[in-house]
Design a protein around this ligand. Structure first.
Ligand code: NAD
Ligand code: UD1
Length: 337
């Protein structure tokens, strides 16, 4: 059985689907601070089975121990964490405490139960801003611009250290690029609370008429159309990478890092146009100033994941937008419907 922390969230639900469809039994632990339990009913609609669920805070050692006592856990995927960059600048203590305590407590409880395999949600945000593109796993890290980024950086250090101390451990650090899209069923997807911080959920809320227009954060970057370029990856591709990572962890020891992206860069305006095409809706935009901390271009080197994990992203921009739009239009209020 695979324990999925944060399994009621955006990436977690998609990972549950792929794990269950690959034949794994899944148990979810989530405190629902940024998700709805209903998302797991939707997972059940897709897979025919609801994952076992415990409403537990990963930082609650006693409660987490009880989950491990009750379930035969062979490996863990650790998604649980707070992830809003801007909020992390306002509430650094909450971010450091939640995200790092979750790492500590999880590792302690895994150790107490002899569970050796872990896949951790890291981020391309751990790379420092002065690297050449594409970023590969040995590109420079650090110089994070916000507490959220530091929690991922520090999480990676902690997991690397644990693998040095215990050669029996197997930890896979996945550095995600920009996850977007939704499951093709339209039943699960990203359900941001309040004003979305990230581009794609904002664009889809403009398309559905919830917001007037998008503000493009700068059109004077050194990129083909002047707007920021990122490596958008379909969340179902990302979820599938987790199934490969779980298998990899079961077969290897030590700590290994993989970028999970497509290797392709798309600009803000590429995304707007692709979304307009997929939805048949206009996405009005105005150009505003650059957002502090943003880089012109970020995309992944994907060779290591291809060679060692066997991971290659399948879905293109058109598919990412079509699936986002299906989720958005079937669920204009997310899981609240
Ligand atoms: P999400 O907020 O949808 O999912 C995270 C889940 O963790 C939520 O369901 C939340 O309720 C839960 N959670 C938070 N703290 C918890 C705690 N202490 N105990 C139990 N549950 C807790 O976010 P997501 O987009 O699915 O991201 C999943 C992971 O991937 C996060 O660690 C995030 O930092 C990382 N990540 C996300 C992105 C992205 O763009 N979405 C990019 C890089 C890395
Ligand atoms: C953001 C986070 C990063 C996180 C990543 C994962 C910031 C500063 N960084 O990165 O830590 O790992 O998400 O998903 O938040 N844009 C607009 N208008 C908008 C929103 C975004 O023009 O309303 C532009 C941005 O300037 C950027 C691109 O769209 O060029 C993508 O932005 P976003 O979705 O926030 O992702 P990242 O900046 O890559």
């Amino acid at each position: 059985m695979i324990l999925v922390t944060g399994g009621a969230g955006f990436i977690g639900t998609h990972a549950c689907v792929e794990l269950m469809q690959a034949g794994y039994e899944v148990v979810v632990v989530d405190n629902l601070v940024n998700s709805h339990e209903k998302s797991l009913d939707r997972v059940a609609m897709i897979t025919g089975k609801r994952p076992l669920f415990f409403k537990v805070d990963v930082c609650d050692e006693k409660a987490l121990n009880q989950v491990f006592d009750q379930c035969d856990i062979e490996g863990v995927i650790h998604f649980a964490g707070l992830k809003a960059v801007g909020e992390s600048v306002q509430k650094p203590l909450e971010y450091y405490q939640n995200n790092l305590d979750a790492d500590f407590v999880l590792c302690k409880v895994m150790k107490a139960h002899g569970v050796k395999n872990l896949v951790f949600s890291s981020s391309a945000t751990v790379y420092s801003g002065d690297n050449e593109m594409p970023l590969n796993e040995s590109s420079k890290t650090g110089n994070c611009t916000n507490p959220y980024g530091w929690t991922k950086y520090m999480g990676e250090q902690i997991f690397k250290g644990l693998c040095v101390a215990d050669p029996e451990l197997s930890i896979v650090l996945l550095r995600y690029f920009n996850p977007v899209g939704a499951h093709e069923s339209g039943l699960i997807g990203e359900d941001p609370q309040g004003i979305p911080n990230n581009l794609m959920p904002y664009v889809s809320q403009v398309a559905i008429g919830k917001r007037d227009h998008l503000t493009v954060f700068g059109d004077d970057y050194d990129t083909p159309d002047g707007t920021g370029v990122r490596d958008y990856i379909h969340v179902v591709d990302l979820a599938k990478a987790h199934v490969l990572a779980v298998r990899y962890a079961a077969e290897h020891k030590g700590c290994e890092i993989f970028n999970i992206g497509t290797g392709n860069g798309s600009s803000v305006l590429d995304m707007v146009h692709a979304f307009e095409k997929a939805s048949g809706k206009k996405v009005p935009y105005v150009v505003g100033p650059r957002r502090a901390g943003d880089l012109a271009t970020v995309y992944a080197g994907t060779e290591k994941a291809r060679k060692e994990l066997g991971f290659v992203a399948q879905y293109d921009l058109e598919r990412m937008c079509a699936d986002s739009w299906r989720w958005q239009s079937m669920n204009p209020n997310g899981f609240e419907n």
